[in-house]
Design a protein around this ligand. Structure first.
Ligand SMILES: [Zn+2]
Length: 410
């Protein structure tokens, strides 16, 4: 990585700021962004019209453009909350969601799926009706293309159920799900299901027919069950390697069939705690750039001061890097934003910056059918991030959503 001194960063920030100011005062935004393209390291100027990428101009490599990268905004399809805002909080309101969105913009996240885990039906319904208010909010709606429902149709078995409360885990029930989908104003776009539980295959079929992406997670499915679920339309694994018991059969376990099937894209938490370096290396070698997605799986505690907190009736310990159940000394959730995972996977696998961005933006956009996101190309929505790489980590300098600057580092 090239090192960047403080002085050029100031110049870059000034240039980036100057370039992204509105050039006219009518309702049409006409902006331009300059930076080093994340794919090939060549300097580019990006013209933005009506919130979309209108033109990409290749600048002379002799132009003394500073080392600030430009890439599509990050897309996090599994995140439970951020900066103290818990998406499952029964008293959450639109202002709380707004706070979380703004905090995520600072981390370069331009789109995300607020994620709810297993809970009783009334709480889930209430949460989705609160969250659904954000979908068409003028300021933040653009950053919330839908929701991820992780559970409640997962394995009740200890180890596989992870941090999900057993008393609320149940078998799939289509009518119950439709009820949630109505509360969510049809916003549930992704659901995590265990393939081995009664009724899972027909439920997965119905979800797929309805355009809902199905991911396998918190399960102990065998090869046959995983194949049947995948035949029925499941296309992802939820945080592969986690939501799995510590002791599993070395031959017959849920990991191998999910790794072996090319129809399955694996989402992974690369925070340095949920998977060790070798697991990340192996998963990445098998799934490659095209079938790996980075997720934060961050809890609302992410970004807060380390210490003890109570969430969903349980005591949690936030260390500087991860959240644990202190009584069981077990992982309870992640505390790092996806921007951090980008740096980690580069370090763990030696993949390039463009590969890492593909796994944190292009792939989630493609899998979730967000056809106007995840790439820098003409006609796509201008969701862009400008950033430097410092000590191997992304440092977001500016975040742009639909052509509007929503965050600038001071
Ligand atoms: Zn989980």
């Amino acid at each position: 990585m090239k090192t960047i001194t403080f002085f050029p960063i100031l110049i870059i920030l000034f240039l980036a700021y100057a370039c992204t100011e509105k050039k006219d005062s009518d309702s049409t935004d006409t902006n331009a962004v300059e930076g080093v393209h994340y794919l090939d390291g060549e300097p580019v100027g990006i013209e933005i019209v009506d919130g979309k990428i209108a033109k990409i101009n290749h600048l002379s490599s002799e132009s003394d453009l500073p080392e600030i990268y430009v890439a599509p905004g990050l897309i996090d399809i599994q995140i439970n909350g951020y900066m103290g805002v818990d998406f499952a909080d029964q008293d959450l309101n639109i202002e709380g969601i707004r706070e979380a969105v703004k905090a995520l913009w600072k981390q370069g996240v331009t789109s995300f799926l607020p994620t709810l885990i297993t809970a009783d039906q009334e709480s889930l319904k209430n949460s989705f009706s609160i969250l659904s208010k954000a979908l068409d909010d003028e300021e933040i709606g653009m950053s919330i293309p839908g929701f991820h429902l992780e559970g409640p149709y997962i394995s009740p078995v200890q180890g596989f159920r992870g941090a999900h409360l057993e008393k609320y885990i149940r078998e799939p029930d289509w009518n119950e799900f439709v009820d949630l989908q109505n509360a969510a104003k049809n916003g549930i776009k992704l659901i995590t299901v265990a393939p081995e539980i009664e009724g899972a295959v027909s439920f997965i079929q119905k979800c797929s027919q309805d355009g809902i992406v199905v991911s396998l997670g918190h399960h102990n499915g065998n090869a046959k069950e995983i194949k049947e679920a995948t035949d029925a339309g499941a296309s992802m694994s939820t945080h592969l390697g986690n939501g799995c018991a510590n002791m599993i059969n070395r031959h017959n376990n849920p990991l191998w069939p999910q790794l072996a099937d090319d129809r399955i894209t694996a989402t992974i938490i690369v925070d340095g705690f949920h998977l060790n370096k070798e697991e990340v290396q192996c998963f990445y070698k098998i799934k490659g750039n095209n079938r790996t997605i980075l997720v934060s799986d961050a809890l609302d505690l992410a970004g807060l001061e380390p210490g003890e907190y109570v969430r969903s009736e349980r005591k949690l310990l936030l260390t500087p890097n991860v959240v644990k159940f202190p009584a069981e000394n077990q992982l309870a959730g992640a505390a790092q934003p996806i921007s951090k995972c980008v740096g980690n996977i580069m370090r763990f696998t030696q993949c390039s910056l463009s590969d890492a961005i593909q796994m944190a933006s292009t792939n989630p956009a493609r899998l979730m059918g967000l056809t106007d996101l995840g790439e820098i190309s003409e006609g796509k929505r201008a969701d862009l991030i400008l950033f430097t790489i410092e000590d191997g980590n992304m440092v977001i300098q500016q975040t742009i959503v639909a052509g509007k600057v929503v965050y600038s580092k001071e």
